[in-house]
Ligand binder design. Structure first.
Ligand code: PRP
Length: 178
């Protein structure tokens, strides 16, 4: 375990098992819909790679760059698109893939932004949900794990651009960011 991590919440096997279940659920619902999966960078890059390999149907994969936190540990509420969509989503079924749903400000903004492009439908698939800190109403159809209000890193999630490459999800020791 990394010295800055105090506790492992989900090890690689836990994560893979849950992703296989999510993949089966999404396959059942979308196998005939030719959906577009849109990963919200950067945190979701690892989840997107594993989730798409758990899907048993053809799908389009796109990326949207969004930044809301900077190097802080809680949301500023300011959402900035750093990389726009490279495709037309009008009339398409969209699944937004996120690593974590926290205050909900990012996904609230993003779903509004994507609705403006007139997709046939939009649903959210988030690996982690931290409901205690919600500030905006966001209701993910697919959710990997519900977590307590702790600062988590690994499996794509960072603090100040570090720890994204850890293969597990763990709680960062408070002394690292305080
Ligand atoms: C994280 C995460 C979500 C957002 C969730 O992104 O990937 O996009 O915060 O928080 P919220 O529900 O409070 O809005 P971040 O801005 O840290 O960028 P990153 O994905 O590049 O790490």
């Amino acid at each position: 375990m990394h010295k800055d991590v105090g506790e492992i919440l989900f090890n690689p096997a836990d994560i893979q098992t849950r992703i296989d279940e999510l993949g089966a659920d999404i396959t059942a619902a979308y196998k005939d819909k030719n959906p577009i999966l849109i990963a919200v960078l950067k945190g979701s890059f690892m989840f997107m790679a594993d989730l798409t390999r758990a899907l048993d149907f053809p799908c389009q994969i796109e990326f949207l760059g969004v930044s809301s936190y900077g190097n802080q540990t809680s949301s500023t509420g300011a959402v900035k698109i750093t990389r726009d969509l490279g495709c037309d989503i009008e009339g398409r079924h969209v699944i937004v893939v996120e690593d974590i749903l926290d205050s909900g400000l990012t996904l609230n903004y993003l779903t509004g932004y994507l609705q403006g492009h007139k997709p046939a439908s939009i649903e959210i698939c988030t690996l982690l949900d931290k409901p205690e800190r919600r500030k905006a109403d966001v209701f993910p159809k697919y959710k990997g794990f519900t977590i307590p209000d702790a600062f988590v890193v690994g499996y794509g999630l960072d603090f100040a651009e570090r720890y994204r490459n850890l293969p597990y999800i763990g709680i960062l020791k408070p002394e690292v960011y305080s």
